[in-house]
Design a protein around this ligand. Structure first.
Ligand SMILES: Nc1nc2c(ncn2[C@@H]2O[C@H](COP(=O)(O)OP(=O)(O)O)[C@@H](O)[C@H]2O)c(=O)[nH]1
Ligand SMILES: [Mg+2]
Ligand SMILES: [Zn+2]
Length: 302
């Protein structure tokens, strides 16, 4: 095959052993996968930037190459997620331990993060309270109401130009409603799925949606599968504190070095939390996660 026939694109979904790629013009191509990938134990993932040869007529094309991945997740299987949007809302009540777990996971994988406080029509004060708590966390907090179409422009703005965004969070916080409002889609939302599936996640396979906006493309996954994931079983307890930007300036300032900022005497993080310089809730939940990570780390050798 000559190289002039090669095109670049992004994998948006897979089905029955085939893959669907979208090229720069927004055209979809159905592709077969070369055997070499199986030999190399590489599975193409939704989100992969690829090189392919388009099919002709009824013939499907060929997936030729996968470009290096910036990020990679296995559950759900997706590549190149660059921005994780953690959605919370007044009801169901925010689970901040879950939020922090997701932020840690995203950081470990090299993703940027933001918190979206949806349903601000129900409680206009929640977003500001969350903003205060996450002030040092390098995680912008955006207020939105999918129902009343509030805050959507700011949300679109941070999603623009990302190689792939993913909305995550508890069931019922309004992820599907938000995506519908943001991108003019018609994804199934709680009202329907609760009747049919008794509130279960309706989205099983990750699929990338590409929305043409006047300012560029927004690429987003339609899956909620990032929710409720455990921290990586291989995570060293020492790594956890590095996922908290609030702690950075305290590294080396504690009596013990290294300090896990747990219950050690003379801990600078403990002092900063007591003085209200770091949100005490964030520190408390960090310690809960640290206990989890330590436990998992220990059990790994049993
Ligand atoms: N009041 C209010 N309700 C909302 C808003 N966004 C979503 N909902 C409702 O919250 C419920 C769950 O929404 P859904 O999008 O299915 O949540 P998901 O499970 O996170 O995808 C539905 O009944 C929505 O109508 C909002 O901004 N304000
Ligand atoms: Mg949903
Ligand atoms: Zn310390």
């Amino acid at each position: 095959m000559s190289s002039e026939m090669m095109k670049q694109g992004v994998l948006v979904r897979g089905f029955g052993g085939f893959y669907v790629a979208v090229d720069d013009e927004g055209t979809e191509h159905i592709l077969r996968c070369k055997k070499k990938f199986r030999r190399m134990h590489i599975s193409p993932l939704v989100g992969d930037e690829i090189v392919f040869i388009p099919g002709e007529g009824e013939e499907h094309g060929w997936l030729e190459d996968i470009l290096p991945r910036k990020t990679e997740c296995l559950r759900p299987p997706v590549a190149n997620v660059s921005l994780l949007l953690v959605v919370i809302c007044p009801s169901p009540e925010p689970d901040l331990l879950l939020v922090d777990r997701l932020l840690v996971r995203a950081r470990l994988q090299g993703m940027k993060t933001a918190i979206v406080v949806n349903k601000c029509d129900l409680d206009p004060t929640l977003a500001e309270r969350i903003r205060v708590q996450y002030a040092g966390a390098e995680c912008p907090v955006l207020a939105a109401s999918a129902k009343q179409a509030q805050g959507l422009d700011a949300l679109r703005e941070i999603m623009l130009g990302e190689s792939c965004c993913c909305l995550t969070g508890q069931s019922g916080v309004g992820k599907s409603t938000l995506l519908n409002a943001l991108l003019g889609l018609e994804l199934e939302t709680g009202d329907i799925s609760e009747k049919i599936q008794r509130g279960k996640n309706t989205t099983r396979h990750a699929q990338m949606l590409i929305s043409k906006q006047p300012e560029g493309d927004i690429r987003v996954l339609d899956t909620a599968g990032f929710s409720l994931l455990e921290l990586d079983a291989k995570m060293e307890p020492e790594k956890l504190r590095k996922c908290y930007p609030e702690f950075a300036e305290h590294e080396g300032a504690c009596r013990f070095t290294p300090c896990m900022h747990d219950r050690e005497p003379g801990c600078s993080v403990t002092a900063a939390a007591a003085a209200g310089e770091i949100d005490p809730g964030r520190v408390e939940r960090y310690r809960q996660l640290l206990a989890d990570v330590r436990e998992t780390w220990k059990q790994r050798y049993n």
